[in-house]
Design a protein around this ligand. Structure first.
Ligand SMILES: Cc1ncc(C[n+]2csc(CCOP(=O)(O)OP(=O)(O)O)c2C)c(N)n1
Length: 336
């Protein structure tokens, strides 16, 4: 019988492939001159962070993310057809086609949404965590952003309040080495020790290999459980790399081609799982091929259905812009 760890590795493999093939499809149809105009921010190369962190969340938890959040949403269980339809502006999209690639959200799954204003996910995560505490919930908020966001005031204000008020937030920095075209060491002091910024706020900070999904999962589990048990936030910095441009129309003039192809493709998080499986002979390789075929069929079918879905009608243009609410909750105490 196979161990739980092997089953988990295969589930992670499927999860990462779903993101990879979903985004390769978007890349294919959105490259300049192809089927769609516009651009989309892809996380090809960064899938281990999405799958490792999100798999450690429980059903009562939330996530909030940046402009590069397709992977986080899919890992949390967002409907793939609905995500494709949203990116293509169809009425069947997860936000009825009004949000697009950078505004995927799904409240029922605890996905508070993508946010393209750099750094903005951090204060919203702190706010959501404060609400959870005041409601007496044991939920935790995972907050994703790139390393460019750590130099915004919003990031520091949010981490300060989360530390001061003991808010259950796991701040997740995906250090993919570039903020658009700016290398991390050009923009950030002590670029190799970003995680040590946590020390200034008296919270835990860790730097982890973001290409190894098992390491990502283990550290995330520990941070999420700490947030749940003790209400302590933490700051996880994952070393990763985006294999494609900042967005689908990026010419990538700022980095040498070899850097992508040789140095970093060798650390492809999906190949990492394939190699681990092959080296340890823990699963028949045909099983990985079967999983890949299944995921490809899922992606192709979801894309075809989304492509065939209707456009929103002009009459619906103003719908969903405002919410009438009588929502209220019981406050069980303000942070001490
Ligand atoms: C407040 C703000 N300033 C500038 C921009 C333009 N902008 C979009 S993405 C980006 C770079 C973000 O880099 P990083 O936070 O490292 O995330 P990544 O794109 O690498 O995932 C910038 C500057 C923005 N969206 N918001």
């Amino acid at each position: 019988m196979r161990s739980d760890r092997v089953e988990q590795l295969l589930a992670f493999y499927r999860g990462m492939l779903r993101i990879r093939l979903f985004e390769e499809k978007i890349l294919d149809v959105m490259l300049p001159g192809r089927m769609f105009r516009g651009s989309s921010h892809l996380s090809i190369g960064q899938e281990a962070v999405a799958v490792g962190v999100v798999s450690a969340l429980g059903p009562q938890d939330y996530l909030i993310t940046s402009h590069r959040g397709h992977g986080h949403c899919l890992a949390r269980g967002m409907d793939m057809e609905g995500a494709f339809a949203e990116i293509m502006g169809r009425s069947t999209g997860v936000c009825a086609g009004k949000g697009g690639s950078m505004h995927l959200s799904a409240r029922d799954l605890g996905i508070l949404g993508e946010n393209p204003v750099v750094g903005s996910s951090a204060p919203m995560a702190a706010g959501a965590a404060l609400a959870l505490r005041m409601q007496g919930s044991h939920g935790v908020v995972a907050c994703f952003f790139g390393e460019g966001a750590i130099n915004t005031g919003a990031f520091h204000e949010a981490v300060n309040l989360a530390a001061l008020w003991s808010l259950p937030v796991v701040f997740v920095c995906e250090n993919n080495r570039y903020a658009i075209s700016v290398p991390v060491d050009v923009a950030s002091a002590r670029a190799k020790a970003i995680h040590e910024r946590a020390l200034g706020y008296g919270i835990e900070g860790h730097r982890i290999d973001g290409m190894n999904v098992l390491d990502v999962y283990d550290i995330s589990m520990a941070a999420i459980e700490k947030a749940r048990r003790e209400g302590r936030p933490s700051f996880l910095v994952f070393d990763t790399y985006r294999f494609v441009g900042h967005h689908t129309a990026d010419s990538e003039h700022y980095r040498p081609k070899d850097e992508v192809l040789q140095e970093f493709r060798a650390h492809d998080p999906i190949h990492f799982v394939e190699r681990s499986v092959a080296d340890d002979c823990i699963v028949d390789m045909t099983e990985l091929v079967r999983i890949r075929d299944e995921v490809r069929a899922e992606v192709d079918a979801a894309f075809a259905r989304a492509l065939g879905a209707p456009w929103p009608s002009p009459e619906d243009a103003l719908g969903g812009a405002y919410v009438e609410t009588s929502a209220s909750f019981t406050c069980t105490g303000l942070p001490g």
